[in-house]
Design a protein around this ligand. Structure first.
Ligand SMILES: [Cu+2]
Length: 93
């Protein structure tokens, strides 16, 4: 039963499998995010990028956390998308 439960978690994407396409998460710092409209604009720009999953903007922290398929896109493309919308961003470490 334990093996089955593990397999189920892998299929649900909870446990990423090594060597396969993985959903990664990156947090971008977006200094220009200053009013409640900004996160909406930023989210819209990121939704157009293929491979992007969940987008969670945080106006207070001026960040946006994005989950993405690393076989389809990379943080550089995500930063490019926000910059194109008028919001230059950088990977937050
Ligand atoms: Cu704004």
């Amino acid at each position: 039963m334990k093996t089955l439960a593990t397999l189920a978690l892998i299929l649900m994407g909870v446990i990423p499998m090594a060597g396969m396409a993985a959903t990664r998460t990156v947090t971008l710092a977006v200094p220009g995010m200053t009013c409640p409209v900004c996160p909406v604009t930023i989210k819209k720009s990121l939704e157009k990028v293929a491979g992007v999953g969940d987008i969670t903007p945080d106006l207070m922290r001026k960040t946006v956390t994005i989950s993405y398929d690393d076989t389809k896109t990379q943080p550089a493309a995500l930063m490019q998308a926000t910059a194109a919308a008028g919001y230059p961003s950088s990977v937050q470490h």
